[in-house]
Design a binder for this molecule. Structure first.
Ligand SMILES: *Cc1c(COP(=O)(O)O)cnc(C)c1O
Length: 401
């Protein structure tokens, strides 16, 4: 394991992230002495007697009562995620977006204002820009990297700054030290979507971020087979979010939590491998005559290389690049790939490639797309855990087409 993964944590400080990924959050003795976490497939939980009821209602002893208020398998996933992120508490959700929207709705009320960076996940931006308006919440979108502009955007009624790091598709890195200073000066909360980093590569809580958002659909579950999300932070904040989640009602089911727990056991192994593969692929692409430009935070050519090296333990599994030529050259490249699947998402075991111009931005005019930097020949590669030689061989034959 990388030395960085042994960084001191709030709990189990003597055990490394790899060990905690396998064991954290679950009791050593489980139902029927099973080794793996049982899937508690029930919608309701029973009381043994009236004393048990009163212990729960009056003394606050742990009990689940009803499926929408929580589930033991989900609880274990929450404890494990909190342990890995170094956070006090965690709530898991049916998806990353469910975690993001429920968190935001918990923190704002009519008349409030929020600040978000323009490079955030498309659906997060859409929610803040369009839906929050319906509730009388104003949103200022500031250009990513403009820290002065961000500070100027803060008003008396600003509740929080929301950002993401690294971002999609250019893997911009948000300076967590700078943002913490600004937030402190103005007494606003800091929310960071750390999905592209995972707790192996980035430790936002240690940088003083108040809440961390994760789409566990990506690296944390890691097998492209479930959707899940999480919010992590101080108990006082997370409890409020959990409470709203119980009313919103979109609770994650126990089987999905089991798959998340299973994925988590190997997440440091997988992400370590993806860090190594992606860096090598980025270097390979950068030296290829048919490639115009490569974006990877751990390449010296990346505009945020210094900050990335400072605040991250690895560059992650996503490499963005632009090939030479036109839209037809891009289509030809895609059409001959044999190992990489064409598809959205990232962080799973299978290598995936997307062409933002043809997929996420298909309904934009070419001019509008180019304004956002989404050119005709831009690709986002999300490496899996296949052998590096095989991934490069596939790209090589694609680039030769
Ligand atoms: C995928 C993703 C989300 C949304 O997560 P879902 O699990 O798909 O709802 C949010 N933020 C980032 C950075 C993502 O990559």
């Amino acid at each position: 394991m990388a030395k960085s993964s042994r960084k001191k944590n709030t709990r189990n400080a003597n055990r490394s992230l790899s060990t905690r990924s396998v064991h954290a959050g679950e009791p050593r003795r489980k139902y029927a002495d099973s080794l793996t976490t049982p899937i508690i497939q029930t919608s309701t939980f029973t009381f043994r007697d009236s004393q048990h009821i009163e212990d729960y209602t009056k003394k606050g002893k742990e009990h689940f009562e009803y499926g929408r208020y929580g589930n033991p398998t989900a609880k274990i996933a929450e404890k494990r995620l909190a342990d890995l992120e170094g956070a006090e508490d965690c709530v898991v959700f049916t998806s990353g977006m469910s975690a993001i929207t429920t968190t935001i709705l918990t923190l704002v009320q009519s008349g409030d204002h929020i600040v978000i960076t323009d490079d955030s996940y498309k659906k997060t931006l859409e929610f803040c820009r369009s839906y929050l308006k319906q509730f009388g919440v104003e949103c200022t979108i500031v250009p990513f990297g403009d820290y002065e502009g961000l500070e100027r955007a803060i008003k008396k009624n600003t509740r929080f700054i929301f950002s993401e790091s690294p971002t999609n598709p250019y893997l911009n890195i948000f300076d967590l030290v700078k943002i913490k200073k600004i937030a402190k000066r103005h007494n606003v909360l800091t929310l960071i979507d750390s999905t592209f980093a995972t707790p192996l590569n980035q430790r936002p809580i240690e940088f003083g971020m108040d809440l961390v958002l994760q789409s566990c659909t990506k690296y944390l579950s890691g097998h492209n087979d479930i959707l899940a999300g999480a919010v992590l932070g101080r108990t006082e904040l997370v409890d409020r979010i959990r409470n709203l989640h119980k009313s919103m009602g979109g609770l994650i089911d126990p089987h999905c939590c089991y798959l998340l727990l299973r994925g988590l056991k190997t997440f440091p192994l997988r992400v370590q491998r993806q860090n190594e593969t992606a860096l090598q692929v980025a270097e390979y692409l950068e030296s290829h005559p048919r490639v115009r430009r490569v974006y990877y935070p751990f390449l010296k050519s990346h505009p945020h290389y210094e900050v990335a090296k400072e605040q991250m333990n690895g560059g992650g599994g996503v490499v963005t690049f632009e090939i030479k030529g036109n839209l037809n050259s891009a289509k030809r490249f895609l059409d001959v790939l044999k190992l990489c699947y064409i598809g959205p998402s990232l962080g799973g075991v299978e290598t995936l490639i997307t062409h933002p111009a043809l997929v996420s931005y298909y309904d934009y005019t070419r001019k509008d797309r180019y304004k956002l930097g989404i050119t005709d020949t831009l690709f986002r590669l999300a490496v899996g855990i296949e052998d590096i030689e095989d991934i490069i061989a596939d790209l090589e034959q694609g680039l030769g087409s």
